[in-house]
Design a protein around this ligand. Sequence first.
Ligand SMILES: CC(C)(COP(=O)(O)OP(=O)(O)OC[C@H]1O[C@@H](n2cnc3c(N)ncnc32)[C@H](O)[C@@H]1OP(=O)(O)O)[C@@H](O)C(=O)NCCC(=O)NCCS
Length: 111
Amino acid sequence: MMGLEMDQLAKIKANPICKIYCKKTTTGKNKNALCEINYLVVDEEYRRRGIAQKLFDYVLCNNSFESVSLEVRSNNDSAINFYLKNGFKVVSKRERYYGNIDGLLMVKEMM
Ligand SMILES: CC(C)(COP(=O)(O)OP(=O)(O)OC[C@H]1O[C@@H](n2cnc3c(N)ncnc32)[C@H](O)[C@@H]1OP(=O)(O)O)[C@@H](O)C(=O)NCCC(=O)NCCS
């Protein structure tokens, strides 16, 4: 977040530039919560500054999840790279789940 101009800071105060929605369940075999990431987005203007990484680290640091999962379009290279960098693995593929585009189920085991 370093190096932002005043008008950028004002915009951030009015509209969050990053959002994450997670669904937490308690059905893990070790009785710890499983987490599904339903939505993760950073405003286009602020991408590649480590903001998604900080948000993601914050969520993981403040919860003890057994695993974290999500589904992503197979052509979404930026998101796939982000999750691979964070230790997720592709565990299955849903053919043409998004029209002509496959869906990839990615999971990170935490324990
Ligand atoms: C995916 C997304 C959330 C990443 O946000 P971001 O704040 O730009 O990501 P970060 O700056 O924290 O990037 C962390 C790492 O992810 C990877 N990454 C992120 N964007 C990337 C891109 N466009 N191309 C390649 N790798 C990328 C890189 O490894 C990066 O580390 P590096 O910058 O040191 O190389 C953002 O691109 C976005 O909002 N995309 C649209 C919404 C979306 O597709 N959400 C995911 C749906 S499941």
